[in-house]
Write a protein that binds this ligand. Structure first.
Ligand code: GDP
Ligand code: MG
Length: 163
């Protein structure tokens, strides 16, 4: 399939919004409710003449917190296995959650390059909130707003530099 970028993270952090921006589509379902994109969604992208595929993860209809965590764990393990770069999306308006910590602990053991994407950084003040994501132990959090597109050009530069 060539270069593959996987987007992982807990529900409602903006994974599908980022997927849509990277692939310039409206394929992924973005919703106010957590967990609305079903299963996995693949799309294509191109930056600086480099083509790559993007996979959005994390849409499940679930009825228990245990299944929820198990599904996220599965998607993260799959992402490490198949992707060349993993985008671990977190939400600066929420801070570090237990689920973020669980995802991070799996990603820290992986050989696949991981970029921590601090999404919903819609203004400069929110940039200060991103500092707490250093505690995930996966390097510098990368501030973007998937909604407005701010920071996504620099993020793309970083992504294609990993191929
Ligand atoms: P997912 O569950 O991780 O795929 O999250 P979605 O992409 O479905 O987004 C969940 C909610 O967050 C939606 O209401 C989005 O519009 C919103 N959202 C996504 N990115 C941003 C952002 O950069 N800033 C703000 N303020 N909201 C965002
Ligand atoms: Mg989604």
């Amino acid at each position: 399939m060539g270069n593959l970028v996987a987007i992982v993270g807990r529900p409602n952090v903006g994974k599908s919004t980022l997927f849509n921006r990277l692939t310039k589509t409206r394929q992924a379902i973005v919703n106010e409710q957590a967990g609305t994109t079903r299963d996995r969604q693949y799309g294509k992208s191109e930056w600086l003449g480099k083509e790559f595929s993007v996979v959005d993860t994390g849409g499940w209809v679930v009825n228990s917190e245990d299944i929820f965590e198990e599904e996220i764990r599965k998607q993260v393990v799959l992402a490490i296995d198949e992707a060349d770069v993993v985008l671990f999306v977190v939400d600066v308006t929420n801070g570090v959650t237990d689920l973020d910590m669980q995802v991070a602990s799996i990603l820290r053991r992986a050989k696949t390059p991981v970029i921590v994407v601090a999404n919903k950084t819609d203004n400069n003040d929110l940039q200060y909130n991103a500092a707490e994501f250093y505690s995930l132990g996966l390097g510098d959090p990368y501030c973007i707003s998937a909604l407005s597109g701010s920071g996504t050009g620099d993020l793309l530069d970083l992504i294609v530099s990993k191929f």
